[in-house]
Design a protein. Structure first.
Ligand code: HEC
Ligand code: HEC
Length: 269
């Protein structure tokens, strides 16, 4: 909600200050103002985009830089295909856009531009693509409480959209990722106090539960891929085990799971 308001006001300011001048041509003070409104880079490295989108980028770059630099579109908060369709329609209506009318040629130009912008947003704007909240009203009360901890702690540096729409789903993936995030400076998640441990556990518990609800299909795909992978290694593992005159399997798993003093493990080797 707060973010939406911020965007609305940013857009308002942009509209209020709108001038169809490029920074290069304008007097210094105006140029500075335009740069500030541009909010970031004015080109995109598309070398890793699919060839079709590299072509669409050329259309976008030539048509959408006639009045302002490309930075306007590149750093704007629009993300979804619907948002871009509406915005490109609006821009196209402007006099001199070369995108007005309903000839097949112009319609194709608009389609190409929208296609590019939607694709590019899905790559570069992960942070604001996809939902930023989860409806937890049907989650167990305990997980609703954990959600609040997650929402407070994991939105400090990026929006919650990051974790919510991430491709992580398995418990071990979340364990590793929460660990990684906690280690970042200023995360407010480091330390060994009981309270801090509980905070991390709550976040982890929520992410694992939430994935089991919202990411069932992804979990199934990942689990299947994992067992295929392990299956490919099994023959090799058992061959190694026998060639080493292996110890019984039990001893191996015990040495991993037991929290026993290291000495016994060292002497066992
Ligand atoms: C004929 C001139 C013209 C062309 C061509 C043009 N724009 Fe614009 N654009 C403007 C003006 C003027 C504004 C300021 C707001 C307004 O007047 O609607 C603007 C504002 C914007 C914004 C708003 C930025 C923000 O922060 O809210 C975006 C995004 C944008 N243009 C994208 C595009 C795209 C994408 C294209 C190509 C399809 C394009 N523009 C082509 C004139 C143009
Ligand atoms: C101190 C700042 C900070 C905090 C707090 C933080 N993150 Fe991050 N997060 C980052 C940065 C920076 C990145 C970009 C990738 C990187 O540097 O590892 C990132 C990236 C991610 C990504 C990767 C998204 C992708 O597209 O692959 C996920 C998922 C994520 N964070 C989840 C979380 C979770 C869950 C929490 C809460 C436990 C959290 N983050 C808290 C800084 C933070």
């Amino acid at each position: 909600m707060k973010n939406k308001l911020a965007w609305v006001s940013v857009t308002f300011v942009v509209f209020a200050l709108a001038s169809a001048v490029r920074a290069d041509d304008a007097p210094p003070s105006t140029a500075a103002q335009i740069r500030k409104m541009d909010k970031g880079p004015d080109s995109i490295d598309v070398s890793n985009y699919p060839p079709e989108q590299q072509e669409n980028y050329k259309v976008f770059a030539s048509k959408c830089s006639q009045c302002h630099t490309l930075a306007r579109a590149i750093n704007s908060p629009y993300v979804s295909r619907e948002e871009w369709s509406a915005y490109v329609a609006k821009m196209s209506q402007k006099k001199g856009s070369g995108l007005r009318g309903d000839s097949a040629r112009v319609e194709k130009l608009r389609r190409d531009i929208i296609s590019f912008l939607a694709y590019d947003s899905s790559v570069r704007k992960k942070d604001i693509a996809g939902p930023r909240t989860i409806d937890v009203s049907n989650y167990p009360p305990e997980q609703q409480a954990n959600y609040l901890v997650f929402a407070a702690k994991c939105s400090k540096c990026h929006s919650l959209a990051r974790p919510i729409n991430a491709q992580y789903a398995l418990p071990e993936e979340w364990t590793a990722y929460v660990d990684k995030m906690a280690k970042k400076k200023g995360s407010g998640l480091m330390g060994d106090s009981a309270e801090m441990k509980k905070t991390r556990e709550q976040i982890l518990s929520f992410l694992i539960y939430d994935s089991s609800v919202r990411k069932k299909a992804l979990i199934e795909r990942k689990t299947a891929a994992k067992s295929r992978y392990l299956g490919a290694f099994k023959p090799m593992l058992s061959r190694n085990a026998s060639s080493l005159g292996a110890r019984p399997r039990k001893a191996f798993s015990e040495s991993i799971s037991s929290r026993e003093e290291p000495r016994s493990r060292i002497s066992a080797r």
